[in-house]
Design a protein around this ligand. Sequence first.
Ligand SMILES: Cc1cc2nc3c(=O)[nH]c(=O)nc-3n(C[C@H](O)[C@H](O)[C@H](O)COP(=O)(O)O)c2cc1C
Length: 253
Amino acid sequence: MRQERNLTRRGFLGALGACALAGSAALAGCGRSSGVSDAADVTEGTAKEAAAANAAEGSPAAAGVANTSATDEKPKVLIAYFSGTGHTARVATEMAARTGADLFPLEPIVPYTADDLDYSDPQSRVRIEYADEDLRDVPLVASVPDNFDTYDAVIIGFPIWWENAAWPVLSFCEDNDFHDMSYAVFCTSDMPLPSDETQLGDARDTIRALIGTDVDYVAGARFMPDESLSTVDAWVENLAFTTRAQKMRDREL
Ligand SMILES: Cc1cc2nc3c(=O)[nH]c(=O)nc-3n(C[C@H](O)[C@H](O)[C@H](O)COP(=O)(O)O)c2cc1C
């Protein structure tokens, strides 16, 4: 049963009146793969950008994600994300290129067009869905990744919509069993805010309510659409995920 989603109106339309979104609307519909994929499978432009940035910074392509276990076990990580205009896809692809994590783009069966995403138009799809919570249950091409139970951790990425998680990401949170996993969340948004997790609006609570408050939440971040890739790298590399195996060992103690 879908839990009540806390999509509080925060006056985004007024606050963002000066923020132009027109430019970002041109990139609608990234990452058409319906299954788990490597960074190289996803949007060619963003993958190339990530690889070029890594090369420019003299960084390894797969630096790994930190873990908190006492052993050298490297957590197996999935990055699941929705992106309407490409900003979140760019960040997710960079994270995958940096860490070797798998990517799982969350694709609505009916993709959002630029007109659909025009929140200044009261008749646009997002405005109509925002006004009626029943319409926010957007069917996805796939919401359950293959072999989900083999992952130790998930990073969930989404754009901020009205200071909450864009709703296409919510089916993923609801449809999967996160038992014994760890997770982190990140978003992109237009507001020039600090990137730390106190700036996630209502998104963290919305996602926690769907995933389960007992599941190991590790960290969150809010990035600008054009966030520096070194900031993204620093965040993802410091995520301290505990493996499933370590969680089991901890339980047995
Ligand atoms: C329907 C809608 C609502 C949005 N609401 C907010 C908001 O509340 N705060 C904000 O800073 N940006 C808001 N934005 C801007 C997006 O969060 C931002 O452009 C984001 O980077 C888009 O990511 P994407 O390209 O992956 O879709 C909104 C955009 C849309 C389309």
